[in-house]
Write a protein that binds this ligand. Structure first.
Ligand SMILES: Cc1ncc(COP(=O)(O)O)c(C=O)c1O
Length: 397
């Protein structure tokens, strides 16, 4: 046997064991995972075709239906983040030339536009400023004008903190032979969502926000009307990994290998959904609302102003206007470095203008609200113009 060539060690590093700090994640996501979920993640993996795992898959699917309030047969946690599930909704239903109407009122609406155009759809948009929602009349006028095959919109816009009212939109879509696609990434498990009552045909979400898991799974669901459009496709779904028909041979009754499922992530998802069911959806929604209201009142008492009008505000994500002259980024860095708390900055049109505070899943607790408010009260004044010299020293944690 000939000698092996010598190994190139130039990328070799002698690292110590991982030592990430405990952070309190009060930004736009990920949120902290529930400790029970973290324990589930640390269990020894079992085979992805093991009968016990197959049983667990069924439990995850059934509890996702509960969380979404849907009877959809095709309800699957995609292996991938929310964006993978987002892409799956489009990849499976769109054919080149299909008209897609995207209602854009923030960053994630724009992502839907980009993705749909990659599947060669004819994309048309309607837009609202970042911090507003669409009225039913605006949606109705656009659907009547454009006659799209799909109307895509974001229920909970994480970039703005706005919750889109859904009244009547499903019926409108049905009467115009249009599928309704809804992003529920920042609402599932935390903000009321009634997919079947709202007549939503396609939806997706993520694991790392209202469900209190780490990032890594993208819940996906598809109703009968979307299934019918998928079944009538002329060509193959142009994305092998996200092809729901192939995936459903694994997640449906056949249990045929498709890809090696991230079994531990699904252990975590199973536990997260079990905890949600144990708490009860209405109770979880009410908890998110209560803690968000506590945060809103506290911020306003401090003289800060909230970007989203109260009737459209998301309990999961609060946008706070950065006061004139304050270096918002420096304050976020201070919270992170000195206190181990993550708060987000603005995205896109709101970059530099707002902070984004998330109270999602396990993190939606009054103690977290009070801790953050106290830091805003005691430490923000040092970040106002002219107060720089009083700034508390940032301590690395
Ligand atoms: C509303 C919304 N849609 C889609 C996504 C994309 O999800 P992910 O980052 O998990 O891929 C996010 C991420 O935060 C989001 O907030």
């Amino acid at each position: 046997m000939s000698a092996l060539p010598s190994v190139n060690n130039s990328h070799r590093r002698a690292l110590g064991p991982i030592a990430t700090p405990d952070r309190l994640l009060l930004g736009p996501g990920p949120s902290n995972a529930h400790p029970t979920v973290l324990q589930a993640l640390a269990r020894t993996p079992i085979g992805h075709l093991d009968p016990l795992y197959v049983e667990l898959m069924g439990e995850v699917q059934e509890l996702l239906r509960y969380a979404w309030q849907t009877d959809n047969r095709l309800t699957i946690p995609m292996s991938g983040t929310g964006s993978a599930a987002m892409e799956a909704t489009l990849a499976n239903t769109l054919e080149p030339g299909d008209k897609v109407l995207v209602a854009v009122k923030g960053y994630f609406g724009l992502r839907l536009v980009d993705m749909a155009s990659r599947y060669r759809a004819e994309v048309v948009t309607i837009e609202r400023p970042w911090g507003e929602a669409f009225t039913y009349e605006e949606i109705e006028a656009a659907v009547k004008l454009h006659r799209p095959a799909v109307l895509a919109m974001v229920h909970a816009e994480t970039s703005t903190g706005i919750c889109q009212p859904m009244d009547g939109i499903g019926d409108l879509c049905r009467s115009h032979d249009c599928l309704l696609l809804l992003d529920t990434v920042t609402s599932l498990g935390a903000v009321p969502v009634y997919l079947d009552d709202w007549k939503v045909d396609l939806a997706y979400s993520c694991s790392q926000k209202g469900l209190s898991c780490p990032p890594g799974l993208g819940p996906f669901t598809m109703g009968p009307r979307a299934e019918a459009k998928m079944a009538a496709r002329q060509g193959k779904v142009p994305n092998w990994y996200l092809d729901v028909t192939l995936l459903n041979r694994y997640w449906g009754s056949d249990r045929v290998y498709h890809h090696t499922a991230p079994v531990n992530m699904n252990f975590g998802m199973r536990e997260a959904l079990r905890l949600l069911a144990e708490e009860g959806l209405e109770q979880a929604w009410a908890r998110h609302r209560r803690n968000a209201e506590r945060l809103w009142a506290g911020l306003e008492d401090l003289g800060l102003s909230l970007h989203a009008p109260e009737h459209l505000r998301l309990p999961t994500l609060t946008t706070v206007r950065i006061p004139e002259g304050v270096d918002g980024k420096a304050f976020c860095l201070h919270l992170l470095n000195a206190h181990g708390i993550e708060v987000g900055g603005g995205l896109g049109a709101l970059a530099g203008k707002v902070w984004r505070i998330g109270l999602m899943g396990f993190n939606s607790q009054p103690e977290n609200v009070d801790r953050l408010l106290e830091l805003f009260r005691t430490e923000l004044p040092a970040f106002h113009p002219g107060a720089a010299s009083d700034r508390p020293a940032a301590v690395a944690v």
